[in-house]
Design a protein around this ligand. Structure first.
Ligand SMILES: [Zn+2]
Length: 216
């Protein structure tokens, strides 16, 4: 019988959640020999991943080895294999990016060749000189974009995108008010290091909610 090919089914955020859970199991194995504790952690991972994702039987078979990981080598091999099933961030052309920020004169574009689209839940880049930050997400085939300003100074705080405690910068975004000529500012704290932040995004809904909040 011909082997059925399974299409990519994990979002980048799903993949990072699985990675985080694999780490949780490995850390438990490194710190305890108590079989009941290990079993309990494996059970939690099962419910946080397999039971919370909507997966077909074939997809479960691909994700399930996560629960039974015994060491780091096995964990890394599992994650490497699973990467084939990650839906990358929809690759973009520079012209598409420009069209998302039409009003921006002299828009500084990121080097798209440098970006690993399999590793990002959202696309972001800075124009450091102007202290501007640009962000793009994709939802149901459509792109949403926002522009903000930030100060280089970092503080410790909770990031609005990945929900982790990290070095954050304050992002100011402004939206047009009801009365013409008026603006409402939104202030948010987000990770200063967006590459690291993307690694920590395990729930895309939080990122979408952030976009919704600061652009309305
Ligand atoms: Zn973050």
């Amino acid at each position: 019988m011909e082997k059925q090919t399974i299409q990519p089914f994990l979002t980048v955020a799903n993949y990072h959640l699985i990675k985080q859970q694999a780490d949780k199991i490995l850390k438990t194995l490194a710190t305890t020999k108590d079989k009941n504790v290990i079993l309990a952690v494996r059970g939690i991972v099962r419910s946080d991943v397999i039971d919370s994702f909507v997966l077909s039987d074939e997809q479960v078979k691909l994700v399930e080895p996560l629960i039974h990981i015994k060491d780091r080598t096995e964990g890394e091999a599992f994650l490497e294999q699973l990467k084939a099933y990650v839906i990358p961030f929809k690759a973009m052309e520079p012209s598409k990016l420009k069209s998302l920020f039409k009003k921006e004169k002299k828009l500084k574009l990121p080097d798209l060749d440098d970006i690993d689209f399999q590793e990002i839940s959202y696309l972001t880049w800075d124009d450091s000189g102007k202290q501007r930050k640009y962000m793009v997400i994709e939802e149901n085939g459509k792109y949403k974009a926002l522009k903000g300003t930030f100060k280089h100074q970092t503080t410790k705080g909770i990031c609005a995108l990945c929900n982790c405690h990290s070095d954050v910068v304050r992002l100011t975004t402004s939206v047009k008010g009801q009365v013409s000529g008026t603006f409402t500012n939104h202030y948010s704290y987000i990770c200063a290091d967006s590459q690291l932040c993307n690694q920590h995004v395990t729930d895309m809904e939080k990122v979408k909610a952030f976009f919704e909040r600061v652009t309305n």
